[in-house]
Design a protein around this ligand. Structure first.
Ligand code: GLN
Length: 253
C-alpha cells in the first residue's frame, strides 16, 4: 500500500511538471498570425507546386518578422473577414494588399505605407466599346467583396453610371467572370489586374485612367502600438538594407 501511494505521488508530480513545462513553452514563443486573402498576385497567391502562400506582402512581412524576432504564421481568410479577425484578436496582422483608407483607419491601425497601387478598369481583350469610366454607363461590373474596388463601383452605381454590380469572394473568380462574359468590366487594383493579364495575355486589358491612387499598409488591432512599432521598424530596416528592393525584383518585372 505504501509503495502504491509513493508511485501515485511520483506519477502526479511528473504530470504536473510536464504540463507546467508545456505552459511555459507556449508563453515564451508567441506565434503572430498574419491574415491574408491569397488570390491577389503578385502580393499574395498560392504557389501551384507547393500549395504554399507566397508573394510580395508575404516575403516582406516575413523579412520584417525575422528582423524583429517575431514568429509568424500565415492564415488564409476571406478579404472581408480580415478586419473583423484582427479586431477580435483571431489574427494579429493583416498583410493582404490592404489599402489605407480613412474608413479602415477608424477600425484598425495601419503601418507606414509599403507600396503604392490604385484602381483600374479592366475589360475583355476583345472589348472595343469600353474605353474608360464614362463608357460604364448601363454596364455590369464585377468586384471583390469588401474592397476599395467594390466601393468605387458602388459610387459609380449611385451616380447612375454602372447598372449592376456582381460581387465575388475572390479576385480569381472576378477575372473568370470577365473572361466568361458574365460582366462587361472589372474594377480592381491595377498591379493585380496586370498580374492576371500577364498570366493570360490577350484575354483581359486595362482601359482608361487610374480611378483612384492609394497605398497599402499592414494592419493591426487598434492601439496595438507595440506590434505596430515593430512592423514599422522592420519595414524601415528592409528598405535600408536592400531587402525590400530584392523582394520587389522577385515579384515585379
Ligand atoms: N487594395 C484593395 C483594398 O484594400 C483590394 C485588396 C484585396 O483585394 N486584397 O480594398
Amino acid at each position: 500500500m505504501k509503495k502504491f501511494l509513493k508511485l501515485s505521488l511520483v506519477a502526479l508530480l511528473m504530470i504536473a511538471l510536464v504540463s507546467f513545462a508545456g505552459c511555459a513553452k507556449k508563453e515564451e514563443q508567441k506565434v503572430y498570425k498574419v491574415g491574408t486573402e491569397p488570390t491577389f498576385p503578385p502580393f499574395e497567391m498560392t504557389d501551384e507546386k507547393t500549395g504554399e502562400i507566397i508573394g510580395f506582402d508575404i516575403d516582406l512581412i516575413k523579412a520584417i518578422a525575422e528582423d524583429q524576432g517575431l514568429k509568424i504564421e500565415i492564415v488564409n481568410l476571406g478579404f472581408d473577414g480580415l478586419i473583423p479577425a484582427v479586431q477580435s484578436g483571431n489574427i494579429d496582422i493583416v498583410a493582404s494588399g490592404m489599402s489605407i483608407t480613412e474608413d479602415r483607419q477608424k477600425e484598425v491601425d495601419f503601418s507606414e505605407a509599403y507600396i503604392d497601387a490604385g484602381l483600374a478598369i479592366a475589360v475583355a481583350g476583345n472589348n472595343e466599346g469600353i474605353k474608360g469610366k464614362d463608357d460604364l454607363q448601363g454596364k455590369t461590373v464585377a468586384v471583390q467583396i469588401g474592397t476599395t474596388g467594390a466601393n468605387k463601383a458602388q459610387e459609380l452605381k449611385d451616380a447612375g453610371i454602372i447598372k449592376e454590380i456582381k460581387t465575388f469572394n475572390t479576385v480569381d473568380v472576378v477575372m473568370l467572370e470577365l473572361i466568361n462574359g458574365g460582366v462587361e468590366a472589372v474594377i480592381n487594383d491595377k498591379p493585380v489586374t496586370e498580374a492576371f493579364i500577364a498570366k493570360q495575355p490577350g484575354k483581359i486589358k486595362i482601359v482608361g485612367e487610374v480611378l483612384e491612387s492609394d497605398s497599402y499598409g499592414f494592419a493591426v488591432k487598434k492601439d496595438n502600438k507595440e506590434l505596430l512599432d515593430k512592423i514599422n521598424a522592420g519595414l524601415k530596416k528592409a528598405i535600408e538594407s536592400g531587402k525590400y528592393a530584392e523582394i520587389q525584383k522577385t515579384y515585379f518585372n
